[in-house]
Design a protein around this ligand. Sequence first.
Ligand code: PEP
Length: 260
Amino acid sequence: MSEVDFQRKPVIAGNWKMFKTAVETRQFFKVFNTLVAQVDHCEIVIAAPFISLEVAVEETAGSPVQIAAQSVHWEAQGAFTGEVSGPMIRAAGCNYAVVGHSERRQYFGETDETVYKRTAAALRHRLTPIVCVGERLEEREDGKTENVLTRQFIEGLGSLTVEQFSRIIVAYEPIWAIGTGRTATPAIAAEAHEVLRTQAAKRFGEDIAAGLRILYGGSVKPDNVSDLMAESGVDGALVGGASLDPRSMALIVNHSGESF
Ligand code: PEP
């Protein structure tokens, strides 16, 4: 696959999970905005809790930072207590939504089927989905990583149209690396990204696969981001813990450009 022929603008995305009030959100951006004001080498995305989305959008107006929701429901409205829909997220000013994060899969019953439905809904409402896949430690140790990623890819994304698929971002997040301080080596990340890109080529064609941005997530920090980004198949990072501090997130954003 001729990846070099395709320009894939890197994406550095932060996932705040269930952290930061609206006031803390404002405090974060007061510092962060000044540190990334000139950034052009990558897209910068911050996934804030639903209740802080509007504040985050307001604080980042005119900056290169884009705001994401951490999930999106598949219906536009209805009796779905606790859920938030694509039109609501769009109306808050967001352009992205994280879908299928492993914590959603583990604690809130997210399945490949609901990942598909949420991804399709995000696309319907002009949100770019950042769709997370990744294997558990025991699956890796049992040699099942490729099978798990392939299943998650086919069942979660395989039914999208080519046009829909061309608008998504995939995040490879090995569950054993999330919040553990145990980062995948660049070689492990590259191998998993290749599995995903190969699936993308099989189902959607070589050109679409070559344009697909695949982020790595799992204990990304300022001191390991450059090595990960040096892999040609790694197009960015999804950052949890280290995205909560504006200085550390800005270092990751800025270091992600070192290998270009
Ligand atoms: C995440 O929440 O998606 C994540 C990768 O977390 P961390 O960077 O803390 O491992």
